[in-house]
Design a protein around this ligand. Sequence first.
Ligand code: SF4
Length: 182
Amino acid sequence: MDRLKVATVWLGGCAGCHMSFLDLDEFLIELAGKIELVYSPVVDVKEYPENVDVCLIEGAVCNEDNLEILHKIRARTKVLVSFGDCAVTGNVPALRNKLGLHNVENILQRAYVENAQNNPAIPKADGIVPRLLERVTPVHEAVSVEYFLPGCPPPADRIKALMTQVLGGKEPKLEGANLKFG
Ligand code: SF4
């Protein structure tokens, strides 16, 4: 049987959701025998491949790079999972949406000038530094998503429950016993 092609992606998040994925411990060994990890922050693949079966997306959509890769991921993936509260609701990165008019300028000024200890200067969005979007959005506002895995971060047991169902060819149901952990 072909192994399931799985990807994980890190958009505007703190990497905590990926840390929780690594907390799967010995289940990672079982997973390694059943999936092919084709793209992830933990593998050195530069281009998101075609024909991916499942992709876990950590983080909110914060800048133009996030948006561009998200559209590519959607076009090349059968099942997208919004992975963690930043992907599901916007969560921490979306706090900046409340800062009012000229949001992007306010954020850059605060981060790179007011809070800078050395060389205060706003970096230019020049192809290396991506341009921030005016508004941070959850993933499903940018592309359609099949499943939502909430939590900040989602506990490893819940990730395991989802992956077990996906690997078993079942429709994931994260309810009842699957929501109990610890
Ligand atoms: Fe980090 Fe929580 Fe966002 Fe995951 S949901 S990226 S752990 S802040």
